[in-house]
Design a protein around this ligand. Structure first.
Ligand SMILES: [Zn+2]
Length: 340
């Protein structure tokens, strides 16, 4: 992420409200990553740590703000899984994290999706030391549901009775995935994200081509849309995709992983179901969708994709799975025709 992402225009209001009104020492912030919930939490933390008197937003000029801009403020600790660090381009104090090697001859281990218990224990130790710059200390966890049971339990006592001056910011897309004992110790806040107009205006301001199509493809989430654009989003190809899939003529982009492919098909499945139910599609323009498919076919397809999503970590035979996914998708429409 770029350092100025905490200045996304739709974050200023909610960040000021949280930073100045919330007195709890443990906050649980729920919202979409693609709408900037992590950047919101970061802005709240920066507001708390800014050393300008009575700041209701990071001033951007004091020593603390300069340290925060390079993630080298000693009183902010952000616990992110390795994978999230990679995705956000997050590095601490200029050091690139995480390390790739894991010893044991497993030279290229995948970046972890978990917040590791060791990291949580280290963080608890960190909260017990006094603040370096004499203000608050902020421990930020994102996504907080990336802690497993052991890591979550390790954090309970600190959540309940944090040392003087320590504030915890737990950030999650789905708070229900946290242990109830964690949730109950936090004050819960919901981040709604930008309005569609704010999201579109921002995306257009970033110079994105075909911003409305791009934003819809990303489910209305502007940061997710920016990432799609950076990966070479092709609006014409996106609009052509639904019919090509239904006709068995779609070829996934080279290098598309199974999870990515599954995600695209889930978006198509969602919109095909919306169309069948007489609702507005979300990801594709309505006139780009193939004819209405039979509901039982769509329901089976949806369940099959959801089952696949639970096994995203599985080392797939990618070409084989890709073929079977595309055949399954096409059959939704051919067999719907057969029944009609
Ligand atoms: Zn400042």
């Amino acid at each position: 992420m770029t350092p100025d992402d905490s200045t996304l225009p739709w974050l200023a209001g909610p960040a000021r409200d949280i930073a100045t009104r919330q007195r709890g020492h443990a906050l649980l912030l729920q919202g979409n990553a693609g709408a900037g919930v992590f950047e919101l939490a970061l802005r709240v933390a920066r507001t708390w740590l800014c050393e300008t008197a009575a700041a209701d937003a990071p001033c951007g000029r004091c020593t603390a703000c300069h340290l925060l801009a390079t993630n080298s403020h000693p009183d902010l600790l952000a616990l992110l899984p390795e994978l999230t660090q990679v995705e956000l381009g997050w590095s601490v104090g200029g050091n690139d994290a995480p390390e790739a090697g894991d010893g044991e001859g497993r030279a290229k281990r995948k970046p972890s999706k978990e917040i590791r218990i060791e990291a949580v224990r280290d963080a608890i130790g960190w909260t017990q030391k006094s603040s370096s710059r004499g203000r608050a200390k902020v421990l930020l966890l994102f996504p907080a549901d990336a802690m497993n049971l052991v890591a979550s339990n390790a954090l309970l006592k600190t959540l309940e009775e944090p040392p003087e001056g320590v504030r915890l910011l737990l950030v999650a897309e789905d708070a229900e995935r946290l242990l109830p004992t964690l949730r109950s110790r936090c004050q819960r806040l919901l981040f709604e994200g930008p309005t569609p107009e704010q999201a579109l205006a921002w995306l257009e301001g970033q110079g994105a081509a075909n911003a409305p199509v791009l934003l819809a493809a990303a489910g209305g989430q502007p940061l997710a849309a920016r990432r799609l654009a950076a990966e070479g989003f092709d609006a014409a190809a996106w609009i052509a995709l639904p019919r090509r899939v239904a006709e068995g003529r779609w070829e996934p982009p080279a290098g598309a992983t199974i999870p990515r492919l599954r995600e695209v098909l889930q978006k198509l499945c969602h919109d095909a179901m919306a169309l069948a139910a007489g609702a507005e599609p979300r990801y594709f323009p309505a006139d780009s969708l193939p004819p209405v498919a039979a509901w039982p076919r769509l329901a089976d397809w949806s369940q099959s994709l959801a089952r696949l999503a639970r096994h995203d970590e599985h080392p797939f035979n990618a070409p084989l799975i890709t073929d079977s996914l595309l055949t399954e998708a096409k059959a939704v429409w051919t067999k719907s025709r057969g029944r009609a």
